[in-house]
Ligand binder design. Structure first.
Ligand code: 2NL
Length: 343
């Protein structure tokens, strides 16, 4: 066998045993066997040295090799393009990835619940600024000049160009604006965030959420206050809930009371949530002090009223038995996702 025929055998072997797995290898193969400087070209020149009687046969073999190389190339090209297409193919029959639905913050759930209870008995909702002047947060509410609540220790103060302002310590400041800007009868509740200068712990925080209520009309009595609070307690904690009032003191109400609800956890049998008293404190209230009405230009001889205030965190603690206040503002998803609400 001639040298040329040997080379032909070897190249045919190489073409037939080619294994191509990526486009770089395919390109290498194309340049070697099919490119403008392919390795078959020199073989055609060598054909001159082949004896005449063999020329036709050897020439055919070189052509066959060329054709084989072309078909091997085509085959691998097809295979590679199929593979990349498969990678990009989307399977529309796959089930969808479930996406998690968010939940309401427990403070929002309880706030909406409180608002909805009072809306059903004719109360409207009023809101106001978180940064307040001294008049609306303190003076109009009968806080004496030297009252300890006005102290730096209890209140955050903010200095502006012309006035020292306070971060409101209660939403009563909103209700002062309502009294100033409207005439009785007044029925309003004021939900909102309030601030106290306190070290953060499980039981105290520098901000929390409040709902305050105010009712002013002719001949409003303490009995009206008591019945309103009882209605609220039974809507919130169940029809079997009882309330009791203990005398207390607030600068803006006289007389004042603190309200306990019967422990819904142990049915007053005694448990560690109610500290074996059978009662849980839920809010503070009282008859609006005549000097507070006067400060807002409402004649206390013509009108009287009651007011109350509750911490939303406190109500949420009782409903959800969460005993660390910090959880409400840390936004830990593991905590938040436990609260689902339809409100
Ligand atoms: C509590 C107690 C209270 C009020 C808030 C009020 C508002 C006006 C006039 C009179 Cl405009 N009173 N609000 C009255 C009694 C108690 O809150 O423990 N809050 C968390």
């Amino acid at each position: 066998m001639s040298d040329l025929q040997h080379k032909l055998e070897e190249l045919l072997n190489e073409v037939n045993s080619a294994s191509i797995t990526d486009s770089a290898q395919l390109e290498e193969f194309r340049i070697r066997f099919l490119g403008s400087k392919n390795c078959l070209k020199p073989l055609f020149s060598e054909l001159k040295t082949v004896p005449n009687e063999d020329k036709k046969m050897v020439g055919q073999k070189i052509n066959e090799l060329k054709n084989t190389a072309q078909s091997v190339f085509d085959q691998f090209q097809d295979q590679l393009s199929n593979e990349t297409q498969n990678e990009e193919k989307i399977d529309f029959s796959r089930p969808g990835e479930p996406s998690e639905i968010g939940s309401r913050h427990p403070i929002s759930v309880i706030r909406k619940e409180i608002i909805s209870i009072f809306e059903r008995i004719g109360y409207g909702v009023s809101e106001g600024p978180e940064v307040e002047d001294d008049w609306h947060n303190f003076s109009a509410l009968n806080f004496p000049e030297e009252h300890p609540a006005r102290d730096m220790q209890d209140t955050f103060f903010v200095k502006t160009d012309d006035e020292e302002m306070a971060l409101r310590t209660h939403t009563s400041s909103v209700q002062v604006r309502v009294m100033e800007n409207s005439k009785p009868p007044i029925r309003t509740i004021s939900p909102g965030r309030v601030f106290r200068n306190e070290a953060i712990s499980a039981r105290a925080h520098c901000f929390f959420h409040q709902v305050e209520g105010l009712f002013i009309d002719k001949d409003v009595s303490f009995a009206d206050l008591k019945q309103t609070i009882l209605f609220f307690a039974q809507e919130m904690f169940g029809k079997k809930a009882k309330i009791r009032l203990r005398p207390s003191y607030f600068p803006f109400t006289e007389p004042s009371a603190e309200v306990d609800v019967s422990c819904t956890i142990c049915n007053q049998e005694g448990c560690n949530v109610c500290k074996y008293t059978g009662w849980l404190e839920i809010l503070g209230c009282g008859m609006v002090d005549p000097s507070v009405l006067e400060a807002a230009n409402i004649d206390p001889k013509e009108y009287s009223g009651f007011a109350f205030g509750m911490g939303i965190e406190r109500i949420a603690q009782l409903k959800y038995r969460v005993n660390d206040l910090r959880l409400y503002s840390e936004n830990d998803v593991r905590f938040l996702k436990q609260f689902k609400s339809t409100l």
